[in-house]
Design a protein around this ligand. Structure first.
Ligand code: NAD
Length: 297
């Protein structure tokens, strides 16, 4: 059945064509949307332009902002989001009302500030961070946590439903990001704890493969041990599509939120500290499942 939203909305912009944005372009095109896409990196632009009907990859940010009234962004860090949406980006020139869907994992405080500035020029910002990895982005099966006004979320909903299978409206601007940071500090904690537990168990004489099987049939299992361990650790592939550096950004934002809210979080602090040590060892661009590899630390 034809996608009526795709026929009436006009081109959808996607900015940031990495592991996540590159897949989102394909998912949107498959659902019938005309996509206009941009990334600062030429290799990323080239990858996004391969094999997708309905996708126009352009070589400047302005071309996307001029032509698309709905724009999805998937950028690494808050400073990149600020560069695209702030005074040197969308806010630079007066443009018709634009609905921005921020699928990056971003600072809730920055989201609220940018949302107010954008609203001052007639635009709308919905925070819609995602979970589900590069595969979920390409398949359109992401889990999406959404913050924004009711009207803006309603306007974004067809696009969110094209990108994900679980779309949860949380509340006002920034609340999607808060939920995402909570999720990510838990996934990070899970990884470092599983890495240490399996390390000790295997040193004491039980192979990691056996330990993974046992905890997955018991109360110690988690999505990390059920899905990520077999796919990315036990195979030695370490190709989950998420980097140590990006997850460190997320858990650092969570720690900032703990400070902002006056919360005492000794365990989360220890997770962030341990993650930093592991990231220094494995490298910023190393796969985030490397956080389970602690043998020589
Ligand atoms: P990535 O590094 O693979 O891709 C980001 C892309 O943004 C890069 O291609 C980069 O060149 C581009 N970029 C940077 N600055 C830009 C700018 N000013 N204008 C245009 N393009 C710019 O990162 P990713 O893994 O795709 O993650 C994107 C966001 O999604 C991050 O905020 C991340 O935390 C979040 N996220 C990632 C995953 C995952 O599994 N990879 C899962 C959930 C959420």
């Amino acid at each position: 059945m034809a996608n009526q939203d795709a026929q009436t909305r006009g081109p959808v912009g996607v900015i940031g064509l990495g592991n996540m944005g590159g897949g989102m372009v394909k998912a949107l095109a498959r659902k019938g949307y005309n996509v206009i896409a941009y990334d600062v990196s030429e290799p990323a632009r080239k990858r996004a332009s391969e094999g997708s009907d309905g996708v126009l990859v352009v070589d400047s940010l302005e071309q996307v902002l001029d032509r698309a009234r709905t724009v999805v962004i998937s950028l690494p860090r808050p400073e990149h989001v600020g560069a695209v949406l702030g005074e040197n980006g969308l806010l630079k020139t007066s443009r018709p009302a634009t609905l921005v869907i921020d699928a990056s994992t971003n600072s809730p405080t920055l989201t609220i500030e940018l949302g107010k500035k954008l609203a001052g020029q007639g635009h709308a910002l919905v925070d819609a961070p995602v979970s589900g990895g590069a595969r979920g982005a390409a398949e359109g099966t992401l889990s999406i946590m959404v913050g924004g006004s009711d009207d803006d979320i309603e306007a974004a909903m067809p696009i969110l439903n094209a990108l994900g299978t679980t779309v949860k409206a949380i509340g006002m601007s920034g609340t999607g990001q808060i939920a995402k940071l909570v999720n990510n500090v838990l996934t990070a904690a899970n990884r470092v704890a599983a890495g240490e537990a399996f390390f000790v168990g295997s040193r004491a004489g039980v192979p990691v493969e056996d330990l993974v099987t046992v905890v997955n049939a018991s109360s110690g299992g988690s999505r990390i041990t059920e899905k990520n361990y077999p796919a990315f650790v036990l195979t030695g592939a370490f190709n989950s599509g998420m980097t140590m550096g990006l997850l460190e950004k997320d858990i650092s934002l969570m720690l900032a939120l703990a400070e902002q809210t006056g919360s005492s979080v000794p365990v989360l602090k220890a997770v962030v500290e341990r993650w930093r040590t592991l990231r220094e060892h494995h490298g910023y661009d190393a796969d985030a499942m490397r956080s389970t590899q602690i043998a020589d630390l």
